[in-house]
Design a protein around this ligand. Sequence first.
Ligand code: V47
Length: 361
Amino acid sequence: MESILERVSGKVDRTERLTRDEALELFQTGEILALGRLADRVKQARWANRAHFVLNRQINPTNVCVLSCRFCDFATKRGRPNAYEMTLEEVLARCDERIREVHIVGGLHPDWPWHYYVGMLRAIKARFPQVQIKAFTAVEIDFFSKKFRLSVEEVLGQLKAAGLDALPGGGAEVFSERVRKALFPFKIGVPRWLEIHRIAHRLGIPTNSTLLYGHMETHEERVDHILKLRGLQDETGGLMSFIPLAYQVGRTRVVERQASAIEDLKTIAIARLLLDNVPHIKAYWVTMGEEIASIALSFGADDLDGTIGEERIMHAADAATPVTQTRERLIELIREAGCVPVERDALYNTVTIYENGHALV
Ligand code: V47
């Protein structure tokens, strides 16, 4: 009888779609290298041996949040010793002329006015015109819409006019009502997350997507999550990338230990094979660790994210990785993995190709 890897290999040759059952069977395989080679074939067909990275800066303007999700170590309440709120000047001080992307996500602040958010984007664009702004997850967009009594179209339209270029993929967690009830019952559910991304795509704002895995979700829930993203992408074509985020145990300790390297690599490879319509699969070095992220470049991933500058969400949960990375280190990680480093912007336009030790623009 044909093994699952042989069956999927035939489908890859014929560019046929994988089913839910095939994805679930792939999670059971012990032939990890064969799975990686299969996903790499699909990645190579799209990106050859290129791997992307971006000079970026992550800014989390506040950790004060009206929600208290069970898995999150980042959020806190006003008045607690670890609470912080950045002024506009503090946000601007974190940008510079070298970066191409700012990634802004934060807590759902109970009191900040609408003009603070719009003004923040305007001020960044005015002072750093080369920077593309990827800001506010669907959860924040929903919060703004309710709090400021604006439709989602109005929220996104005003942010776009102020300089928003893309939405990050956060807030998706796992598209499962069972897990939502247990870990984030007051956060938006699947229909709303998908609706907000659908509206963004209609308004010409591309978005990313994520999956928070390695806590209490099952492989079925992981696969169903990825299939819902595939369905959204069939409708709109607006997703740029998919980013599996390995749960950092921190103090919330939903489970005792982080997902294994094998689970990380299988999730990346199966995502590449299932998401035949999403161009980029990101191995996020902050949660995966540099070593596994660079190995993931041979398992279907084509992107490592970026220099980051100062990561706070995963590091609130005691992530063991550094909080920042240099361009040189990312280039080295990509080269060691046998790939050609390609510096990109937030929208995945090529900035510089580093071929044979030289920078080709
Ligand atoms: O939605 C929170 C996750 C997300 C933990 O779009 C945790 O390019 C692991 O979405 N362990 C926010 N994950 C970060 C995010 C992101 C990151 C990098 C790139 C992009 C992009 C988006 O972080 C949240 C949640 O799923 N998260 N706590 C934790 N302890």
